[in-house]
Design a protein around this ligand. Sequence first.
Ligand code: KIV
Ligand code: NA
Length: 265
Amino acid sequence: IKRITTHVLQKMKHDGERISMLTAYDFSMAKIFDDANIDILLVGDSASNVMAGHETTLPITLDQMIYHAASVVRAIKRSFVVVDLPFGSYQGNSKEALNSTIRIMKETGAHGIKIEGGEEIIESVKRIISAGVPVMGHLGLTPQSIYKFGTYAVRATEEAEAQKLLNDAKLLQDAGAFAIVLEKIPAQLAKKVAEALEIPVIGIGAGKYVDGQVLVMHDMLGINKEFKPRFLRRYLNLYDQILDATKQYITDVKGRDFPNDNEQY
Ligand code: KIV
Ligand code: NA
């Protein structure tokens, strides 16, 4: 198996091959995604929402991210594993950002980190890359800033914010980022960014003109029944399937159907 590296991802952009990316938070799911040949697995701080049940991504800790990331890394043979720097683990200064990154790299075996923001965090990006760690940027709707935005609505619909986003993307590339995630912005703006940059641009709710796509696994698999943004395509309705299976199990236990003669010692 050929391992995915930042160089492979760069070549995919160059060759026009779209990059596939999903989130993963645990061993068993990561193993399936890796066996399916997903290019990038993101240990997202969306774990705060989908794994821990928090309303936002703010509460998850660096220790908790490390637990998830180490579990994912144990499962993979091919995918490139990126870990989110969680809220509060990098905003202080570039030394704090580097220290958090070093903990992730040493304690999980992941291949790179993702960090939200542009100009504000550019010194941290440079310092992390100087230490030899690949950095993925994240612009547009950055959930760690949700209380600044006030809503999860589409970002950068106004010219000023669009200009800042394009500028931030270039700053991240110049600082040495190997890729950038664009979340929930107009497709035409995402297209402009993808065309302006040499590095891969991966979208979530950023349209079809970017170099790759990422979805949260629970959304892609239909485990989240309520979450139905326009950008989401569901490939399974696992909520309903798991609900039905669970009801059947309960029925079988109550009805003394399970276990039967062949299912006991
Ligand atoms: O945490 C996450 O799942 C993410 C993706 C939505 C890009 O950052
Ligand atoms: Na995230």
